[in-house]
Design a protein around this ligand. Sequence first.
Ligand code: GTP
Ligand code: ZN
Length: 214
Amino acid sequence: MTSAAPESSPARLLHTGNEAPRRLRVVHGRDGVDLPAAERAVADLLRALGKDPSTEHLTDTPRRVAESLTELITPREFDLTTFPNDEGYDELVLARDIPVQSLCEHHLLPFRGVAHVGYLPGPRLLGLSKLARVVELFARDLQVQERLTTQVAGWLQEHLAPKGVGVVIEAEHLCMSLRGVQATGSRTVTSAVHGLIREDARSRQEFFTLARGF
Ligand SMILES: Nc1nc2c(ncn2[C@@H]2O[C@H](COP(=O)(O)OP(=O)(O)OP(=O)(O)O)[C@@H](O)[C@H]2O)c(=O)[nH]1
Ligand SMILES: [Zn+2]
């Protein structure tokens, strides 16, 4: 078992050998979270907004907000499980409609939607649930959608060493729908592709067709 921190120098999972199922424990706390300081800051914010944090319903709000925000920026640990691709499966593997929820780093409001994540296998296959786990690994952070998309694709390319990777994310940003321009229902689509899915026209087209779902 090895620990991997996504932004620094994550442990390498991959490999060219065909060993049996292999698990890499991926852990990633959010360094620098100071809950008591966050609580005090939320109480200050409430006061600055003209609210009295000592009233019955607001009294625990600073703690709740501090804990909620911490939860939303802290990914859960998981095992990244891979299997040898003994049968030489060489077509796309694609998980569609993986739920995505993250926090926009400009307004600290959620953006939510779905990710479609696919890869062209190399020597190893990834446990299917792990595609969703990797999305969460980067979504639980203050994010912009473009960075989230490229981080998921880049991490899979580095750790799975597939022949190609593609990621499409479609999300609604509450900062665009609840407030500001109030463009309710507008969804932002971003993509990132590597390897053959980027370079080979047929693979690229197949990926985007499957990601669209029709
Ligand atoms: N590129 C990108 N922009 C984002 C994302 N999430 C939010 N934004 C945008 O970040 C921008 C911040 O612009 P500002 O003009 O500083 O913020 P603002 O005054 O609140 O802007 P309005 O939302 O237009 O009222 C807005 O246009 C948001 O829509 C994201 O994931 N990617
Ligand atoms: Zn925003």
